[in-house]
Design a protein around this ligand. Structure first.
Ligand SMILES: NC(=O)c1ccc[n+]([C@@H]2O[C@H](COP(=O)([O-])OP(=O)(O)OC[C@H]3O[C@@H](n4cnc5c(N)ncnc54)[C@H](O)[C@@H]3O)[C@@H](O)[C@H]2O)c1
Ligand SMILES: O=c1ccn([C@@H]2O[C@H](COP(=O)(O)OP(=O)(O)O[C@H]3O[C@H](CO)[C@@H](O)[C@H](O)[C@H]3O)[C@@H](O)[C@H]2O)c(=O)[nH]1
Length: 433
């Protein structure tokens, strides 16, 4: 089938290229001419394991095209995926302007039957708005509209798209879903067909729940520090209870990225609009932002005078396996370090080019050891495997003082003692100053 994917960002690129891997022809549309030019020249603008390979194969097989012209993409497609971004408004609600603009343009440009699939994360009620928008442009009901939220994780995006644990399809009529289920039935056994509102809320509730698990464990981590307990042992112990499960219980600097923070905030806005207080989710967000503030306080406690101090930083992306720095804890931590007057040397295996665009004035290092060299303290902000595997003897020999503050708990405190580091992490020991 010929498929048009509107929005060639993270989700659009992964969706489009995975669909080509399943034998479909795909036109990727984006209003960003620069991005389309880069894609046309063979570049893959995001760092995602397996993606460049898929895109290369699709190009070789002539299965993928790129354009800035929405009409051109829509014209010959039987199915249209909408994957444009839905960022936060100032009041925390989701900004739907791009989704609605695309719906309007599709409505103007379709003249034969299309299956339109809304994949962007949208608050409850949005699919109905999109439907109205399409109908306004297109009085004949020449389309079926489905909402199909995406659950992929950055860093595992290609795998997640091709091996979903469940596929959610929201529809007004279940007879409408055949074309889409035909695509997914080859990769997923659990396809849930439900109405638009349920599908929309499933997506937000999933992300809000994951965020709540992280803030929960970070709150318990705070108690652990005060009472001499170890959060990693507590998390392990509770995780064996199958009702709780072991996932999303890693204490640290909290959640970042392009999804969890904005989706928690949009869920709060949706709830409040519906007359619900959303006390729990407001606390989830608060615990998360406190976590970064408390981290820099650890540094201030250990080294009371920071002006002019050389501080090494490992990790800038919001999590390992991606170059994405959206809502990364590094953004907040580095801003605070700058305010304190530190000399900041940073290293990240993938995210330095993106970070440089926002903070050109830092010292960007060629490797993790250069960031440690002559540092008074080393801060670990992302749990890249490269940091886990670091030669700790070498790190210690390069540092001016052997102080490590680990925001992701990547090392065992006992091991660090053996290497004679002053090692502080999250929820495992108190700083007594
Ligand atoms: N990033 C993720 O891991 C992820 C996972 C699941 C769901 N989502 C959701 O999917 C949606 C997209 O997220 P993303 O991370 O891919 O966003 P993104 O910002 O990476 O990409 C969005 C793309 O849409 C393009 N765009 C915006 N308006 C357009 C228009 N009118 N016409 C054509 N192109 C337009 C932008 O230029 C951009 O390239 C969001 O709703 C997000 O919440 C994201
Ligand atoms: O135990 C944990 C797990 C994660 N994190 C942090 O939480 C953030 C988000 O991680 P993750 O959920 O793996 O990343 P995303 O790629 O943003 O994926 C989330 O957001 C996507 C967009 O909606 C959804 O599709 C995914 O299902 C959902 O996991 C990162 O900063 C992680 O460091 C923790 O602090 N502790």
């Amino acid at each position: 089938m010929r498929i048009c994917v509107i929005g060639s960002g993270y989700v659009g690129l992964v969706t489009g290229s995975c669909l080509t891997g399943m034998g479909h022809s795909v036109t990727l549309v984006d209003r960003d001419g620069d991005k389309i030019a880069r894609l046309k020249s063979g570049e893959t603008p995001i760092y995602e394991p397996g993606l460049a390979d898929l895109v290369g194969k699709a190009r070789g097989a002539g299965l993928i095209e790129y354009t800035t012209n929405l009409n051109e993409g829509v014209k010959n497609a039987g199915m249209i995926f909408i994957t444009v971004d839905t960022p936060c408004n100032k009041d925390g609600s989701a900004n739907l302007s791009r989704v609605l603009q695309v719906a309007e343009e599709i409505g103007k440009n379709i003249d034969d039957f299309k299956t339109i699939v809304l994949k962007s994360t949208v608050p409850v009620g949005t699919t109905r708005l999109v439907n109205e928008c399409l109908q306004k442009q297109r009085r004949s009901q020449n389309f079926e509209l489905l909402t199909n939220p995406e659950f992929l994780r950055e860093g595992n995006a290609v795998y997640d798209f091709l091996h979903p644990e469940r596929v959610i399809i929201g529809t007004e009529r279940s007879s409408y879903t055949k074309t889409l289920t035909n695509i997914y039935k080859h990769i997923c056994e659990r396809i849930i067909i439900t109405n638009w509102e349920n599908a929309e809320l499933i997506k937000y509730s999933a992300n809000a729940f994951l965020a709540a698990k992280i803030s929960f464990i970070n709150e318990i981590a705070c108690v652990c520090e005060e009472v001499g307990a170890d959060i990693t042992k507590v998390a392990e112990g509770i995780g064996y209870d199958s009702r709780i499960g072991p996932h999303f219980l890693k204490a640290g600097l909290g959640y970042g990225g392009s999804c969890l923070p904005k989706d928690v905030s949009a869920m709060i806005a949706t709830g409040q609009k519906a007359g619900c207080e959303m006390r729990l989710l407001r606390s989830v967000a608060q615990v998360n932002s406190d976590q970064r503030r408390k981290f820099v306080k650890k540094l201030s406690k250990l080294l009371p005078e920071q002006t002019g101090l050389a501080i090494g930083v490992w990790g800038l992306s919001f999590k390992p396996g991606t170059d994405d720095i959206r809502e990364s804890s590094a953004l907040e931590v580095i801003a605070q370090l700058k305010e304190l007057g530190c000399l900041i040397k940073v290293y990240d295996p993938a995210a330095m080019p993106n970070f440089k665009l926002l903070h050109p004035d830092l010292h960007y290092c060629n490797d993790l050891y250069e960031a440690a060299r002559e540092s008074e303290a080393l801060l670990i902000l992302t749990d890249w495997q490269e940091f886990v595997n670091a030669d700790l003897n070498k790190v210690g020999s390069l540092m001016k003082s052997k102080v490590i503050i680990d925001g992701r708990n990547i090392y065992e405190p006992d091991l660090m003692k053996k290497f004679a580091f002053k090692y502080y992490s999250i929820g495992r020991q108190k700083i007594d100053k």
